[in-house]
Design a protein around this ligand. Structure first.
Ligand code: SDX
Length: 435
């Protein structure tokens, strides 16, 4: 059995052999690099449904079986036994750290857990009610102005420092977005607190009263961040890779990833789910929203449902659903009604042929907003939380790309369907050709 596929142009009879490449898991891929030179054709795959853009060893997911692994470790085990900071180390370096490696990693992050005092001035340019994702795009992009001249992206040491700067500083930028909206003074990062507790402290501590976070809240947020840390070549990660392939500043690449994640079809869905659940308000209204979601003439979609890859239950949604249940029971928050609506909406949708036929299941965003709400994080900050968690995956994927033997600038082609060649017409001779 030769590891090739034959592509035949039935119009000319010309055929080529394309190599088939096999990975550790997942479908093999057809190497079509020679297609244009040998057949004069491009592949056509809008939305990249069946296009592998790179080799990667970081994350593997199987949409049919609902499998998600980071560096070979199943997400269920990482969710149960690891911490977000340990998963950051795993994504970056490929192995779980020893105690010494972990402590060294934390010490390195603590050396970088301040931002230049001038960065605070950027926030004042935003209105108090500016969407925090708009702020995050600007501020993260601005970070590239502090680390540019001295940064050599071809130097592995500089790349490692960059990765630690991103992981150390993103919580600060995110918390400052909230403080800016609240009109509260910014809170400095603290070396003596764990990563997630430090973030919650930067979010909620005030000059007139210390913030003593609930251990349950810390664990719930840590779990949520583990589940959002990386997810293969999703839209925002692909954006970071494409920007990085042009050798752009890595902080600017992360800002580009934030832009893409903000879309409601992607990371913006967690905020959209909460708004949808709040709009539904009462379980008796669920049928009318299900009908809207099925109506082709209605742009409404059931936020938090469906996924490009998972055609089975998103394993992260299963984990978050349970965590949601436990947290609400434990914190006995007022958000029980939202959770009730979410569970009933899920139950009704999963029995509906429209969703069954299209394999539409709850995804990571369906329940995450309820946990964030229970933690007192405002709805407008939900996608910022997603960006904060995913920044580890983005910078890990950027690091991997920078050492990829296939590294080259990404430049897709197209199928041109425009006008045929024509000559320029002076304005006085032009007729009103189109309305
Ligand atoms: C994330 O890629 C990743 O890994 C992303 C992510 C990550 O961790 O990085 O997992 C995070 O982005 C999760 C997805 C969050 N988005 C949402 O919850 C928004 C709602 N979902 C949809 O917009 C949609 O399901 C997408 C965008 C997630 C997936 O879109 P696809 O794969 O392009 O699917 P499609 O649009 O081709 O839909 C197929 C069919 C269509 O109907 P038909 O034309 O076949 O009749 O399913 C329908 C769609 O209309 N459909 C939905 C629906 N999602 C798809 N109908 C109603 N409600 C929905 N949510």
């Amino acid at each position: 059995m030769s590891d090739t596929v034959t592509i035949i142009d039935n119009k000319t009879g010309k055929q080529i052999e394309c190599p088939v490449l096999y990975g550790t898991y997942g479908p093999p891929v057809i190497d079509t690099k020679s297609l244009y030179n040998e057949l004069g054709m491009f592949t056509f795959d809008p939305g990249y449904l069946t296009t592998a853009s790179c080799r990667s060893a970081i994350t593997y997911l199987d949409g049919e079986k609902g499998i998600l692994m980071h560096r070979g470790y199943p997400i269920e085990q990482l969710a149960e036994q690891s911490t977000y900071l340990e998963v950051c180390y795993l994504l970056l370096y490929g192995e779980l750290p020893t105690r010494e490696q972990y402590d060294g990693f934390r010490a390195d992050l603590n050396k970088r857990n301040l931002v230049h005092e001038h960065l605070e001035r950027f926030y004042t340019g935003y209105l108090y009610d500016a969407h925090p994702m708009a702020i995050m795009v600007g501020i993260t992009g601005a970070l590239s102005s502090y680390y540019h001249e001295a940064l050599d992206i071809n130097d592995p040491v500089d790349r490692d420092i960059t990765a630690k700067r991103v992981i150390a500083k993103m919580p600060i930028l995110a918390a400052h977005c909230y403080k800016h909206a609240m009109g509260h003074p910014f809170v400095y990062s603290r070396d003596d607190l764990g990563y997630v507790q430090n973030f919650l402290n930067m979010m909620f501590s005030l000059p007139n009263r210390a913030y003593v976070p609930n251990p349950t809240a810390i664990r719930a947020l840590d779990l949520l961040m583990i589940l959002h840390a990386d997810h293969e070549q999703n839209a925002s990660t692909s954006t970071v890779r494409l920007s990085g392939s042009a050798e752009a500043n890595p902080f600017a690449c992360i800002a580009a990833g934030i832009v893409t994640l903000w879309g409601r079809a992607h990371g913006g869905a967690n905020e959209a789910v909460l708004r949808m659940l709040t709009e539904i308000k009462d379980p008796k209204n669920i049928p009318q929203y299900i009908a809207k979601a099925k109506d082709k003439d209605d742009p409404f979609r059931l936020m938090g449902f469906g996924h490009r890859v998972y055609k089975n239950y998103d394993p992260r949604a299963t984990i978050i659903r349970k965590a949601c249940h436990d947290l609400i029971d434990e914190l006995n928050t007022v958000h029980q009604p939202l959770f009730e609506i979410a569970m009933q909406l899920e139950e009704i949708a999963l029995k509906d042929d429209y969703f069954i036929e299209r394999k539409l299941y709850p995804n990571v965003d369906f329940y995450s907003g309820i946990i964030l709400k229970a933690l007192g994080i405002p709805t407008s900050m939900y996608t910022v939380m997603f960006a904060l968690a995913r920044s580890a995956g983005w910078i890990a994927q950027w690091m991997e790309m920078m050492t990829d033997p296939d590294f080259r600038i990404g430049r897709p082609r197209q199928l041109y369907i425009g006008t045929e060649k024509r000559d320029y017409v002076p304005m006085e001779k032009r007729s009103q050709r189109h309305d």
